[in-house]
Design a protein. Structure first.
Length: 73
């Protein structure tokens, strides 16, 4: 699963409970640090967070599901 614009990982961690692997990207580095801390505190090991905008290219695919929640606001 790929999540574009994951923010602080609030939804990412919910997806991770139902997916084999989640790659989450977000251009805001502070949000990524918060998302990683949330995942660590919950013992979630299948969510991977990267501080980058989608326009720079996305690695780690192919993905079965791509989510853009809140990214188009």
């Amino acid at each position: 699963m790929l999540e574009v614009g994951c923010g602080n990982g609030r939804l990412t961690l919910e997806y991770a409970a139902r997916a084999a692997r989640v790659v989450a990207i977000e251009p805001n580095g502070e949000m990524i640090r918060e998302a990683r801390a949330r995942a660590l505190s919950r013992g979630i090991e299948n969510a991977f967070f990267f501080a980058r905008p989608a326009q720079t290219g996305i690695r780690g695919g192919p993905f079965d599901v791509v989510l853009f929640s809140w990214s188009l606001c």
